[in-house]
Design a protein around this ligand. Structure first.
Ligand code: ZN
Length: 550
């Protein structure tokens, strides 16, 4: 998960805050005034006026960004160190700051300024940071201005309370305790969508917050294609003997798990001088500035994979944010561009790199040395098969690469059903069990491992919260295929524990651009084609074909 914007996209937990208050900060880089004159025969006075207006835009966006960063810090604190007694006041504080930020983000003067700067934007090359800033700031303004500030405050306050209730309800397996709150969340989600009249599907405005350019029907078509390819692969694997993962289920002291995880992500490129890691209920990444991009994780003493792959996952989100060009600092461009692209970065590092044989050729001897008693007699091959074991499972975040997307599709369908009124919140736990049974052949014994397992709906919206995870899986393979096609030496590097060339490719093609380009633009520019499931299916067929002799 991510929090900075869309989620893990980042972050379901702070979705209202993230999605509704998207604009961030100010560009502190001195403007290249020479660019103001390009393409137009404006007088010196006109150019000076435009320059002043552009500076005013950056100043206004910076103030919004500061409020948003303050809200993010309160959110991070709530999810890590805040005592339970702070919950009520924290809900109010988040609500107040969200309202203030929203008022600034929708101020009529900001709208007028963006209109005044339209000729300036049109005189610039589309790819420049300045044109991108005006373009993205206008798109955000036009979206946010539809939503009243009071509603934003209510939404953020409700999300904070609901999150707090969920942290108690899940361990207690008490869906009834959060059901009324979830009903309110559904109602607020519908109201939010209705601020954007003219949609084809009620989920469309909510999906657009996280994955701009996608709609319910495009996601449904994509998922239908994916399901058609994925289910036969899963069934072929299920027909084979299940891999033995018992080597991962021993007692692994948590302090050593944490130290090893931090060692790994340092090698991958997560910069601890511009970040830190803490523990929480539901791992996430959150950014306060390009110089402070934090991650959280959780550890299970009896499951080595849980903490390790969560840590790598969140570091993938964080490296994306840490890799944004410093020229974009504190502007609305200084975030990952969409939930799907963000998730592609976490999944690329977690799965395509972090669960590859090449990667563990470099790191397994170090892992064995760290856990000599537990893994000293476990071969690399046994370990590799264990971390890539494919089997029906109940928990999305623990699911293998092959079945993971089925968990996402189920949640996406539930969101549409709830928003459309075909399913009630009351009936959701039972619907969850039935769908698990139908898709995976197993059903959770309780709600803790069923409908209560994900934080998203209990701390954000219903609608748009999950599709990014599957889009991210698809894109992770598409990006990695493009990177290795251009630089085939990446694979040999990974085998040596060297990730510089891969990170440079990702920085050049994805990270540094932040939100300047849309997900569709980034995909086309980086890979030469639109979003496609082919590289992902080819990746799964090659990897699991070898592992399971398909
Ligand atoms: Zn994530």
């Amino acid at each position: 998960m991510q929090i900075a914007r869309s989620g893990c996209l980042a972050i379901p937990q702070f979705q209202w805050y993230n999605l509704v208050l998207q604009p961030r900060g100010i560009c502190i880089e001195a403007t290249n005034t020479a660019k103001f004159g390009s393409g137009a025969s404006r007088s010196w006075l006109e150019e000076t006026a435009l320059e002043q207006q552009f500076q005013e835009l950056k100043t206004r966006l910076a103030e919004i960004d500061d409020l948003q960063a303050a809200n993010a810090l309160l959110t991070w604190d709530q999810a890590t160190y805040m005592p339970a007694g702070g919950a009520a006041a924290r809900s109010r504080q988040l609500s107040t700051i969200a309202r203030l930020a929203h008022e600034k983000a929708t101020a009529p003067a900001l709208g007028r300024l963006l209109e005044t700067l339209r000729p300036y934007e049109e005189s610039l090359d589309y790819d420049t940071d300045e044109a991108g800033l005006v373009r993205v700031a206008r798109r955000t303004f036009e979206r946010l201005v539809n939503v009243p500030s009071d509603f934003v405050a209510r939404l953020n306050g409700h999300a904070a309370q609901s999150y707090e209730a969920w942290t108690r309800a899940r361990p207690a397996n008490d869906f009834a305790a959060v059901q009324p709150m979830l009903e309110t969340t559904l109602e607020l989600s519908r109201q939010l969508a209705d601020f954007f009249p003219g949609y084809d599907h009620i989920a469309d405005p909510l999906i657009a917050f996280a994955d701009y350019g996608m709609q319910a029907r495009t996601v449904q078509a994509l998922f239908a294609d994916l399901r058609e390819q994925l289910v036969p692969i899963a069934q072929e694997i299920f027909a084979r003997p299940t891999a033995d993962a018992s080597c991962l289920q021993q007692a692994f002291p948590i302090d050593r798990q944490q130290a090893f995880g931090e060692h790994v992500i340092k090698q991958l490129g997560y910069d601890f001088s511009r970040g830190r890691q803490d523990t929480t209920h539901h791992p996430f990444m959150i950014k306060f500035s390009l110089g402070d991009v934090r991650i959280t994780t959780r550890f299970n003493e009896h499951d080595l994979g849980d903490g390790l792959f969560s840590t790598i996952h969140e570091s993938g989100h964080a490296m994306y944010e840490q890799g944004v060009s410093s020229a974009l600092e504190a502007t609305p461009l200084a975030d990952g561009t969409s939930s799907g692209v963000h998730e592609s970065q976490s999944r690329l590092w977690e799965n395509i790199v972090g669960r590859s044989r090449d990667f563990w050729e470099a790191f397994y001897p170090q892992l064995q040395a760290t856990f000599l008693d537990q893994l000293g007699n476990v071969t690399l091959d046994t370990f590799y098969r264990a971390i890539n074991r494919v089997a029906p499972s109940l928990i999305r975040v623990d699911a293998d690469e092959v079945t993971y997307n089925l968990h996402v599709m189920m949640r996406f369908d539930f969101e549409l059903d709830l928003l459309e009124g075909r399913l009630t919140v009351r009936d959701l736990p039972e619907a969850w069990r039935e769908r698990c049974k139908a898709d995976l052949g197993i059903a959770p014994a309780d709600d803790r491992d069923g409908v209560l397992q994900d934080v998203h709906w209990f701390a954000g919206s219903i609608g748009g919260a999950f599709q990014g995870y599957a889009i991210g899986n698809i894109l992770s393979a598409q990006f990695f295929a493009a990177a290795t096609q251009e630089r085939p030496d990446i694979l040999a590097d990974v085998r040596r524990g060297d990730f510089g060339v891969l990170r440079d490719w990702l920085t050049r093609n994805i990270y540094r651009h932040g939100s300047k380009f849309t997900a569709a633009e980034i995909t086309e520019r980086a890979t030469g084609r639109p979003l496609s499931i082919e590289p992902y299916i080819a990746y799964l067929r090659a990897k699991y074909g070898e592992l399971y002799a398909l």
